[in-house]
Design a protein around this ligand. Structure first.
Ligand code: SF4
Length: 200
């Protein structure tokens, strides 16, 4: 069946990018500030097991207008996709009545921040530093432990994430959206699926 362009799948969330999509970013059809990184270890809902599990490896998705819901390229029911002719692989393979083509490639050849920036990019050092200082997997582990000492450790991790993010934004003048690609989303947003109150 061909795509009816109803926008139902676009409203749920943007696609993860694969190797075949790299040219979209390199050619400028998709900007880095239109992407969001989900870091390894972040809690995500696993549809097969119907539970929140840590993400096995980093993925890059097209972000929504606000957060992960929807796709920034979806212009509404009447206007459809603003990059339809060059839409990413997952969008091209998605078939409402036959999930097999998308399922075949879903976990294969996913792009990372290093792939998109290039291995020698100056911002990779910042990305590595942030991943080491504020690992998403550790935040997830701490967030599931109700002990008071663990809560303090989690508060320190959230504080370090917030401080590094603000220092980066102050120093570079980058947009919040670009920070969400380079550093992933702020940890309170990342941990929101766990239903915790994490404001500091
Ligand atoms: S890129 Fe286009 S087709 Fe893909 S989810 Fe976004 S609006 Fe829909």
């Amino acid at each position: 069946m061909s795509c009816r362009r109803c926008g139902t799948c676009c409203a749920k969330g943007g696609p993860a990018l694969h190797g075949a999509d790299a040219a979209l970013v390199l050619d400028g059809a998709v900007g880095l500030d239109q992407l969001v990184t989900l870091r390894a270890g972040e809690p995500v809902h696993d549809q097969l097991q119907d539970q929140i599990l840590p993400l096995a490896a980093e993925i890059i998705k097209i972000r929504g207008p606000h957060g992960l819901t929807g796709c920034v390229f979806h212009l509404g029911a009447n206007a459809g996709c603003s990059i339809y002719q060059a839409r990413p692989l997952e969008c091209r393979l998605l078939d409402c009545e036959n999930p097999a083509p998308l399922a075949e490639v879903y976990a294969i050849d996913r792009l990372t921040r290093t792939d998109l920036l290039g291995p020698g990019h100056s911002l990779l050092e910042l990305i590595r530093h942030h991943d080491k200082l504020c690992p998403a997997a550790e935040a997830f582990r701490l967030a599931r432990d109700p002990a008071l000492s663990t809560r303090r450790a989690l508060a320190e991790l959230l504080s370090a994430d917030r401080a590094l993010r603000s220092a980066f934004l102050d120093k570079t003048g980058a947009s919040l959206h670009l920070a969400d690609f380079l550093l992933g989303r702020p940890l309170p947003e990342v941990l929101a699926p766990l239903g915790l109150r994490l404001s500091l």
